[in-house]
Design a binder for this molecule. Sequence first.
Ligand SMILES: Cc1ncc(COP(=O)(O)O)c(C=O)c1O
Length: 450
Amino acid sequence: MKKIYLDNAATSPVDTAVVREMNSYFRQDYFNPSAKYSDAEDTLKVVEAVRATIGAKIGAKAKEIIFTSGGTEGNNLAIQGLIRVNPTKKHMIVSQIEHPSVLEIAKEFEKQGFEVDYVRVDENGVVDVEAISGLIRKDTLLVCVMHVNNETGVIQPIEKIGKLCREKEVYFHTDAVQSFAKIPIDVTKQKIDLLTVSGHKINGPKGVGFLYVREGVKISPLMFGGGQENKLRSGTLNVSGIVGLGKAAEIKRNYEKVRESRDLLVAQLLEIAGSRLNSSLEFGTSNIINISFKGIEAEALLFKLDKARIMVSTGSACSSGKVDVSHVLEAMKVSEDYIRCAIRFSFDELSRKEIDYIVKHVKSSVEKLRELSPFFEEENNRISKDMTFAELIEEDPEALGKLSGMGLGCGGCMMAQMETIEEGAMAHGLDPKMVLEELQTKKGEKSNGK
Ligand SMILES: Cc1ncc(COP(=O)(O)O)c(C=O)c1O
């Protein structure tokens, strides 16, 4: 089997048409667009054409687009740039699930006395708009909420947040690195002031992206030099990268098909016992899912799948190598048992054959890892279908409530009868497996397929 790349949220392969388009800007049309001879002016025209087309993709004017080196720079330029020109405003609101290229800026400014509120998300990973409204103060400069989360794929209600910010006269920045060219963006309708994009998440090249800055919004540059990009981003323009970004943005993608792949993959992965979907399908984008397999270490599963040439991630690529728990799943109040065994699958269209191959290998790898995990054995064997109700209540007093919730009558009667869980379930016309799973679910935990 050839490799199956399921880490497109970390980076994506550059499309052949993009490479082709970029090629001539290395050895043939390599001119510095700031130069004054006619060949260089032609190169400048190409750059300006890309500026106009990618601007149009988000409903922006060409002059509102600043080319950058990608998402990290775009987020820094937006946030730091805004803070520097507004010294009287001392407060900002960012969501708890932002990418480190936003969170680390917030932490850095906190050290300098800037106040930051980290707005919560609900259990589906959706930012609480009401909470943002309650946090906005007189000295609030900016609200930062990403469009699509890179670990869960959850789409945020940016239009509502944009409207709220405009009403309260607070700037709104959104990190659209995982959404641009995948789901529609309209900066006017969604009332966005600043928006970050990166080329390498959309089958474009690495090291290029852009920041949209709404006309009239003032920011200061991070870098000083030749004054390119309207003095906001000095440095010779990355012409081949910009051309590649422009071409990548034009590629037509069939996200309906990607969604079909996602739904099929999720359905099959959730058949693995002890699995849990951390990303909401209802609020999620079509190309990212996050699933936990209880009782294993995500890193160990990643290495096993790598041997089968399946590439996945345990969180954002930028944090791989570190063993930090996911701040995104933590914010969603996923229990630690499930956080440490969470895997992100981010993909393009998948064939049935590929899905079958992925599921087969995830299943067998999870089973093998569980055989090695005393923790999983212990947890799962604690309650079995052959236990009597009396033994069950002794093991877990909270089971009484669960039993009556399932219509299994009064736990006390069951205890008196000394029936096993299996017998009791069948006597009440319930599936013993379902009853057992419910009894094995710990307080605060949710079952599959939310
Ligand atoms: C949501 C989000 N923002 C920002 C970035 C950083 O983008 P770049 O790699 O272009 O600096 C990433 C990359 O993983 C991301 O997923």
